[in-house]
Design a protein around this ligand. Structure first.
Ligand code: GCU
Length: 453
């Protein structure tokens, strides 16, 4: 293994050990907290109508998540091309058609204008491979679940024709378990999903941002105008252009520059762009499902892209569904120290200062309204704070009610395996941090209900 990789692993282990040391798992020690108001404008005015929410309050909250937590998603569009590499009408014993599609992202602007350095070079492209399963038994267009996988498309299937991700070598040593075919099939019950009439669109998340603090340069982020450029305007609020933690060389990154979670969210919207071109897919019925760090990205994607009609967070924890202010399990300081490449640099300001954060995660869920949101927890996954995940789904309720939609009625957590399926859904199951068939069964039921299948 390369020396750098060992140093990185040692650093990750050390910071995780250090982090675990001061973690609170005692409900009695949860600090008293007051959540930021959902339905009150920054000028103090109460929000009483959908119009006020959509025109005034929602943009205020969006702005805070972008500037303080996840970073700003660029507004410029880069060029994306798709190439179908394989098509197999006989996958899953004839139940599905699979397609593997190469996405090429290029720093060339959408209309052919030049990229960030004024010229386009070979280096300024990135590749990702989408794996799409479409049920063969279908009447008309089908709904679809979009979701990243962790170890590569090859990891979710026994099918030897399914390719390895172009980026896995950047983060996983050759021969490590991630390279084994079908090492994550457990989390992707393809036949169950296909039998219920849903398509699946999945991609390895490393293809968008290889998940390692040193890999920003190999992510899609440098393809955008203004990346790490000294021309980039400084952040007005902090008066600083950089905190220097994730910037490279002498160039600076703005403290609200997007990072990995922002990039993963952006990438899932590019999957939707592609799905909209596919005749078999019903683009009014697109669900996104993300587990853990991808649950965080799924919520942020769902907040930003209204084409996601059902948004599902599985065990997403800190920076996902869990309320920061409970400081139960993983905290802002811990997550920023362990994963400095996930959130924008401004987020570091809130290390050990949760009460000063102007938003909390119930507001992220509320941004999804009136589309449907579902949060799931596992009772042994204390690191992700199941109660904090539940409470943020509960406290998003007032916005759903503003739309005359249904929400979670009680702030008492439901029993194990007793899913709530209102316009906001929630369940807690027995077991560890994972995605199980039980979780998928609930997501399929929730999607059936809202897609009126
Ligand atoms: C770590 C991290 C969590 C994250 C999880 C995952 O445990 O601390 O925030 O959700 O990894 O993505 O599996």
């Amino acid at each position: 293994m390369k020396r750098d990789a060992w140093i990185l692993i040692a650093w990750l282990c050390a910071s995780m050990l250090l982090a675990q040391h001061n973690v609170n798992y005692d409900e009695e020690k949860v600090p008293k907290y007051v959540l930021p108001e959902l339905l009150q404008l920054q000028n103090g005015e109460k929000v009483t109508s959908v119009e006020q929410w959509e025109k005034q309050r929602r943009p205020e909250i969006m702005e805070l998540f972008a500037s303080e937590v996840y970073g700003r998603t660029p507004t410029d569009r880069i060029k994306v091309t798709y190439e179908t590499i394989t098509e197999n009408p006989n996958a899953l014993k004839g139940k599905a058609t699979t397609r593997q599609v190469r996405f090429t992202f290029s720093s060339e602007g959408e209309n052919g204008d030049k990229g960030r350095n004024g010229s386009v070079s070979e280096d300024e492209t990135r590749e990702a491979i989408l794996l799409l399963y479409i049920p063969n038994k279908r009447k008309g267009k089908v709904p679809v679940f979009v979701g990243y996988n962790y170890n590569g498309n090859h990891s979710i299937t026994h099918d030897i024709k399914v390719l390895y991700p172009p980026t896995l070598h950047l983060v996983e040593e050759l021969g490590s378990p991630a390279w084994e075919r079908d090492n994550q099939t457990r989390r992707w019950p393809l036949e169950i999903i296909i039998d219920r009439g849903y398509a699946i669109a999945t991609m390895c998340y490393h293809d968008i941002f290889p998940d390692n603090p040193s890999m920003k340069e190999r992510s899609v982020i440098p393809l955008f105008t203004g990346y790490s450029s000294n021309n980039r305007p400084t952040n007005e609020k902090t008066g600083s252009g950089s905190t220097g933690t994730t910037g490279q060389d002498s160039s600076q990154s703005a403290s609200d520059e997007w990072q990995a979670i922002g990039a993963w969210a952006w990438g899932s919207s590019r999957i939707v762009d592609y799905l909209e071109t596919q005749k078999e897919i019903d683009s009014d019925k697109i669900a996104i499902m993300g587990h853990s760090r991808q649950g965080k990205a799924a919520l942020w994607a769902g907040a930003q892209d209204e084409r996601f009609k059902v948004v599902i967070s599985n065990d997403s924890g800190c920076g996902g569904a869990a309320l920061f202010r409970r400081e139960f399990g993983e905290t802002i300081e811990i997550i920023n120290n362990t994963f400095p490449h996930w959130f924008c640099d401004n987020f570091q300001k809130y290390n050990k200062r949760e009460p000063s954060l102007p938003i909390d995660q119930h507001q992220l869920i509320a941004l999804i309204a009136p589309r449907k949101a579902y949060v799931a927890s596992a009772n042994e996954d204390l690191w992700a704070d199941p109660k904090g995940e539940f409470l943020s789904a509960y406290h998003a309720g007032p916005v759903y009610r503003l739309y005359a939609l249904s929400a979670i009625d009680s702030d008492t957590m439901p029993k194990l395996h007793a899913p709530i399926m209102e316009d906001i859904g929630y369940h807690i199951r027995a077991g560890k941090h994972d995605v199980t068939d039980y979780d998928w069964k609930c997501y399929l039921d929730f999607a059936d209900k809202h897609f009126k299948k």
